[in-house]
Design a protein around this ligand. Structure first.
Ligand code: R5P
Length: 290
């Protein structure tokens, strides 16, 4: 029996692509709102005894989680054999400890919520900082896809004489891989976070890379301040405009425009979140893992 792929509203293009790669059926679901704002949904495909896949990227997760929960529960009530959640961007990974008294570890609470209605989870480069693996917080099987081979292939094909720049210590995990595959050198900078919207970046001596093209790679671009500060510091050191790679294009508010205005070169992201900067398609890689 063919699996059935459902798109949470806003994920139709991605879901269609996954269904094509998998030779799966595309599920039909109508989403709507009751007059009081509550979610309405109606599944119009036969899912009895079938494996189902829900595609839902989790930028702005608060407004997505309840419709997602209802979709999963409804699929199960119609006899679906299993539910695989494909969340190309996985939210709530950053509050992974109590930073101040009175806070909760929301990454754990979110993980237990998702583990309650999905049978397994597939995602792309989740923000694992103090956690080493999703299995530390998710109780369902999880698979993680890495965008780094696609990013290094893009760099090899399009950027001459690159030096890969990681903006902070955490970035060493993907920057080192990308640099190795792209046959390039890499440098990791030091970042101090001063607040949600403020970071301070310090840079080692990069004199020997002055004639290279700086290529900054980060997992998430949210306020873009990490990128902006890094772009500026490289510019002050006399380097060419930096090419900015982000895996997940969150771009909160006017972050994209601010990054463009900061003197950045090309801005390139993966399509884990749909955005004008998407140039790297991870659908095939992701589909292969399902
Ligand atoms: C942080 O630890 C991440 O790897 C990114 O550097 C961070 O999320 C970027 O955030 P922003 O764009 O708000 O500086």
């Amino acid at each position: 029996m063919k699996p059935v792929v459902f798109a949470q509203a806003g994920n139709e293009v991605f879901a269609k692509s996954i269904a094509t790669y998998l030779h799966a059926d595309l599920g039909e679901v109508i989403f709507g709102r009751f007059p009081d704002g509550e979610t309405y949904l109606r599944i119009q495909s036969d899912v009895k005894n079938k494996k189902t896949i829900i595609v839902c990227t989790l930028r702005q997760p608060d407004e997505k989680i309840l419709p997602l929960y209802f979709l999963a529960k409804t699929l199960k009530s119609l006899g679906a054999d299993s539910i695989c959640l494909v969340a190309p961007y996985l939210a709530y990974m950053r509050q992974d400890k109590v930073f101040n008294p009175g806070e909760g570890v929301t990454s754990e609470y979110f993980a237990s919520l998702v583990s309650d209605f999905a049978d397994n989870l597939i995602t792309v480069d989740p923000h694992l900082h103090r956690r080493h693996s999703l299995s530390e917080i998710y109780s369902i099987p999880c698979k993680v896809i890495h965008a780094s081979p696609l990013i290094s292939a893009y760099i090899k094909d399009h950027i001459s004489n690159p030096v890969i720049i990681g903006p902070d210590a955490e970035s060493v995990q993907w920057v080192s891989e990308i640099a190795k595959d792209a046959n390039a050198a890499f440098i990791v900078l030091e970042k101090t976070r001063l607040g949600d919207k403020e970071v301070k970046i310090t840079i080692p001596d990069i004199g020997k890379f002055r004639n290279h093209t700086p290529v900054i790679v980060d997992d998430i671009i949210s306020t873009a301040n990490t990128m902006i500060q890094t772009v500026k510091i490289l510019k002050n050191k006399g380097m060419k405009p930096a090419v900015c790679f982000g895996i997940h294009a969150i771009f909160a508010g006017t972050a994209f425009e601010e990054l463009k205005d900061s003197g950045a070169g090309e801005i390139i992201t993966c399509n884990t979140i749909s955005h004008i900067s998407n140039k790297i398609d991870i659908c095939e890689l992701l589909a292969k893992s399902i």
